[in-house]
Design a protein around this ligand. Structure first.
Ligand code: ZN
Length: 194
């Protein structure tokens, strides 16, 4: 079963379709997404689900974040929130007008809400998240009439690689659990999935 999927099947109002003259934009988006993937890897090193995010203003990275709710005992410590906090601190304003946010996985409702509060102009994400994603998978938060700011958004940037970061993480964690069971003299059942 594939949990983290592609982008093409979604058709929310604000989604954009690339034109061939937008190749520069695509190259730029991919470069920033690779940066976000490096941050996601830091989360994996902490044993956290690998999601990475960054905030870019006028082409400059002003905030970086990686998922760490477990290690920081903080339910709000998602990659996007951490990146927004650092960026807002840097510019001295909670409103990040004109900024872009890059994140390896589709934002959840909490992060989508924070993105709206921060007045982020454009959100770029990698793989969709069918369970908790709130941009195109569930709820389409940015397209609702009741939100007071609607960021542009683009998904599917290096989606395959972003998705693999997550599945590799869970695969190695399952293997680790299995090894632990063997060490403890239990028979691994092989069905223990997240
Ligand atoms: Zn989130």
């Amino acid at each position: 079963m594939r949990l983290y999927g592609g982008w093409d099947q979604h058709e929310c109002r604000g989604g954009t379709v690339r034109q061939s003259n937008e190749m520069d934009q695509e190259t730029r988006d991919q470069a920033f997404m690779r940066h976000a993937q490096v941050l996601a890897a830091r989360a994996a090193e902490l044993g956290e689900v690998p999601v990475g995010a960054l905030v870019v203003l006028d082409g400059v990275v002003i905030g970086e974040g990686w998922n760490r709710p477990i290690s920081s005992h903080d339910p709000t410590a998602h990659a996007e929130i951490m990146a927004l906090r650092q960026a807002a601190d840097k510019v001295g304003n909670y409103r990040l007008v004109g900024a872009e946010l890059y994140v390896t996985i589709e934002p959840c409702t909490m992060c989508a809400g924070a993105i709206v509060h921060a007045r982020i102009a454009r959100v770029v994400f990698g793989a969709t998240e069918p369970k908790a994603g709130a941009v195109v998978s569930n709820g389409c938060v940015f397209d609702q009439t009741w939100v007071n700011h609607r960021p542009e958004y683009q998904g599917g940037v290096l989606a395959q690689e972003c998705s693999e970061q997550i599945s590799d993480f869970f695969r190695s964690r399952r293997a680790q659990k299995k090894r632990l069971k063997v060490t403890n003299g239990q028979i691994p059942d092989g069905t223990n999935s997240e």
